[in-house]
Design a protein around this ligand. Structure first.
Ligand code: GLU
Length: 617
């Protein structure tokens, strides 16, 4: 029994904000802020949207995109350029990503037409205890921020170096050494500090002062000045080491021992009162690390195929399930408010299942086939009333009892565990002239990760293990277990039409990553927005919470209309801070004749940088 499709209404007002395909998204280029400040050297220009052929890169940072573009121009393929761009982001975005962290990469191979992924998620040490996040003094969990996140106990075995190696070995054409060289040069010569870098340093001042190594690197003369040049020769030397000896140099030997030391005996300065609980990582944990080759998740949605990341990330399954739920409704003819209502409901239902079922598949049986099946989604969509919001949190469905029809759907208890994910991370999109595509999201979890710089090595260790549920509960798929990967939300996504790339997209933002990817897909595929407009549009993040967080611009436009349907909305973060933004995404759309529309955020996180080898027009 199928639920009635949503009644057809007038054209979406969302489309009214959309200009032509080639028009840059609204907002001024983010160079304005830096240009107004005293400059020792100029930042490369930032352009949010470019159109052209011959290969392209989009990232949040102009230096990183420039590095990736150069690799493409010198004959490197999309994988070579993606690793080079990621390594450059480790220099210029060291609080969001780097070799001390992890991530997930999706690759489209033009020659075979296949989509492959790499799970480069950080991993819990073998000796991690289930009560690792409980303060022995109080018997209660450590306060999450800043206490628990600023710790050795939150550091997982890094996956990023192994991800780069696996990607290059399998699909690249350049050596690791050649690929890392531009980033090492960037670290050595330095980059121009922008407002985002300064703000992120300021926001982390207390955490960074806690460690001698971190204070020395990032707070040398107080806060870095906007327009000054920031150099990281230690990181340049670390990249040189990996170039000479391979990424094995991080997983075994002196550098591995230094990582272990920093985790077990963090280099505390004594300048703050943060408790800095130590971790249990040992050399064998690093030596045992592997970035895993995985098949992608796949759902079909309105005639296109959407590929994503399977667990240990919840990205692919949650985006996929929500799309399958939405597929039952005719969004192209809905008003934007009706479409948004359905998106809010579908997001909540998919998030309920994410909490109930998704964890590291090596430790918990994830019913992925059910979660991504249309029959299950059809039954879940029976719970969506086209006119009224359901009370949140909604309960998860029962994957052991469903038949795709409406009636009395089987559900379980709703999950009211707090979502503790941060809003850090970075994302990049690369395509080459041969049609290979990489979508890559990487992170050190919190902005500023664990706060611990490995002394003398120039990079910060992640605090990814805080993505585990803080308090152990048997049966929770995301409970702490030794050797396990905490559940992620990263969702690098490829959309194929007739086996050929149509869109590649991804975003930072903790669990809002999932909703940002979903909302961009909705905007582009259903609501008729151009890709630049789809990225720029104000965001709302339905994650099955009683109150749904949204950007202020979204609330200004839709709050009253959605509240009239029963949704409860509130602004995300403090006004005027980066916490008030949801997701600095990147994306590429592939058009006829090899023409690509390459898009970065116009405004969020200071605006990103889209580059193309042969610009048009
Ligand atoms: N830890 C997050 C995840 O894996 C990413 C960090 C963030 O974006 O806040 O989903």
């Amino acid at each position: 029994m199928r639920q009635r499709a949503l009644a057809l209404v007038t054209a979406s007002t969302a489309t009214a904000v959309v200009a032509g395909l080639l028009v840059a998204a609204p907002g001024t280029p983010a160079t304005a802020a830096a240009a107004a400040a005293p400059q020792d050297r100029r930042e490369p220009p930032k352009v949010a949207t470019v159109v052209g052929t011959g290969g392209a890169v989009s990232s949040v940072d102009p230096d990183a995109s420039r590095v990736g573009l150069r690799v493409l121009k010198k004959g490197g393929n999309a994988v070579d350029a993606a690793v080079a761009t990621a390594a450059a982001l480790g220099v210029t975005e060291p609080f969001s990503a780097g070799i001390g962290g992890g991530g997930y990469l999706v690759y489209y191979d033009a020659a075979s037409g296949k989509v492959r992924t790499i799970d480069g998620r950080e991993t819990a040490p073998a000796a991690m205890k289930k009560n690792a996040f409980i303060d022995p003094k109080t018997g209660e969990p450590y306060p999450f921020t800043p206490d628990l996140v600023t710790s050795g106990v939150s550091v997982g075995v890094p996956g990023t170096p192994a991800t780069w190696k696996r990607a290059l070995d399998k699909w690249g054409t350049w050596s690791l050494a050649k690929t890392l060289k531009p980033a090492a040069t960037l670290a050595r010569r330095g980059f121009v500090v922008d407002r985002t870098f300064r703000t992120q340093t300021r926001d982390n001042r207390e955490r960074f002062r806690t460690f001698t190594s971190t204070k020395r690197l990032f707070l040398q003369d107080g806060l870095p000045r906007v327009g000054s040049v920031f150099r990281n020769p230690d990181l340049a030397a670390t990249y040189d080491l990996l170039a000479r000896r391979g990424v094995g140099a991080l997983y075994r030997g002196v550098l591995a021992d230094e990582i272990v030391e920093a985790v077990r005996r963090p280099p505390v300065s004594g300048l703050t009162d943060l408790p800095v609980p130590p971790g249990s990582m040992v050399a064998a944990d690093l030596a045992a690390y592997d970035a895993l080759g995985r098949r992608p998740t796949k759902v079909s949605y309105r005639g296109v195929d959407i590929y994503g990341i399977r667990p240990s990330s919840s990205g692919g399954s949650t985006v996929g399930e929500a799309l399958n739920i939405l597929e039952r409704f005719n969004l192209s003819t809905a008003t934007d408010v009706q479409a948004l209502h359905l998106y809010l409901e579908a997001g909540a239902l998919a998030f309920a299942d994410r909490g109930e079922y998704v964890g590291d598949p090596r430790f918990t049986q994830v019913p992925l086939r059910h979660l991504l099946g249309q029959t299950y989604a059809d039954e879940r969509s029976c719970l969506v009333n086209p006119a009224t919001a359901a009370a949140k949190p909604v309960p998860p469905g029962d994957v052991t009892a469903y038949d795709g029809t409406c009636g009395a759907p089987a559900t379980r208890e709703p999950d009211d565990r707090a979502d503790t994910e941060g809003v850090s991370t970075t994302n990049l999109t690369v395509a080459d002239k041969d049609g290979n595509v990489v979508e890559y999201t990487l992170t050190i979890e919190q902005t500023g990760g664990s706060g611990i710089v490995v002394p003398g090595r120039g990079f910060i260790l992640n605090n990814e293990l805080t993505d585990f549920t803080t308090e152990y509960e048997a049966g929770d798929p995301n409970r702490i277990q030794p050797g396990k990967r905490p559940r992620s939300s990263m969702a690098p996504t490829l959309v194929l039409r007739d086996g050929k790339p149509l869109l590649a997209l991804g975003s930072p933002g903790g669990s809002t990553i999932i909703t940002t990817v979903l909302q961009i897909l909705l905007n582009r595929l259903d609501l008729g927005m151009t890709l630049p407009a789809a990225l720029a549009a104000p965001r709302v993040s339905p994650r099955n919470t009683a109150t749904v967080l949204a950007e202020q611009a979204f609330l200004d436009q839709y709050e009253a209309l959605l509240e009239a349907m029963g949704h409860q909305l509130a602004p995300v973060g403090d006004p005027g801070t980066s916490a008030a933004e949801i997701g600095a995404a990147t994306a590429i759309e592939f058009g006829p004749g090899g023409v690509m529309t390459v898009v970065a955020e116009p405004n969020r996180r200071g605006g990103g940088s889209a580059r193309v080898v042969d610009p048009q027009g």
